[in-house]
Design a protein around this ligand. Structure first.
Ligand code: 5GP
Ligand code: ZN
Length: 113
């Protein structure tokens, strides 16, 4: 299995996991860009947002709702946080297993760089 996040999901590569269930796993980013920087990933290997199909709608909803729950647990629901899916090269995607960045704990600029 060559995909880095599949290996993290299986436990073959260690990560600081903060949540897991039958559909999604969440773990701390190894190179955090904010006080909270969690990645929410599906257990299923889906490379990019471009590869989402209608059958994934509930899964994507579960990922986004998990992001909100993690932010709420940490007290960032009111102050604000950011959720990001990078897709392909120009957006800066470097790991080709779908992941939702959940960033919080500092003020963020817009537009993103
Ligand atoms: P992307 O650039 O694809 O949107 O985001 C990939 C993210 O995965 C980056 O923020 C990067 O820091 C994180 N990352 C890369 N390798 C590892 C790893 O081995 N463990 C963890 N926890 N995060 C990783
Ligand atoms: Zn994968």
């Amino acid at each position: 299995m060559s995909c880095l996040f599949c290996r993290i999901i299986s436990g073959e590569i260690p990560a600081s996991k903060v949540y897991e269930d039958d559909r999604v796993v969440a773990f701390n980013d190894i190179n955090p860009q904010a006080p909270m920087h969690v990645l929410v990933v599906p257990r299923a290997h889906i490379a990019t947002v471009n590869d989402l199909a209608e059958g994934h709608d509930a899964l994507v909803g579960a990922m986004l709702r998990r992001a909100a729950a993690i932010a709420r647990e940490r007290g960032y629901d009111g102050s604000g946080y950011r959720t990001v899916f990078n897709c392909n090269a120009q957006a800066g995607q470097s790991v080709f297993h779908l992941h939702l960045h959940v960033l919080g704990g500092r003020a963020m600029a817009w537009p993103p760089g």
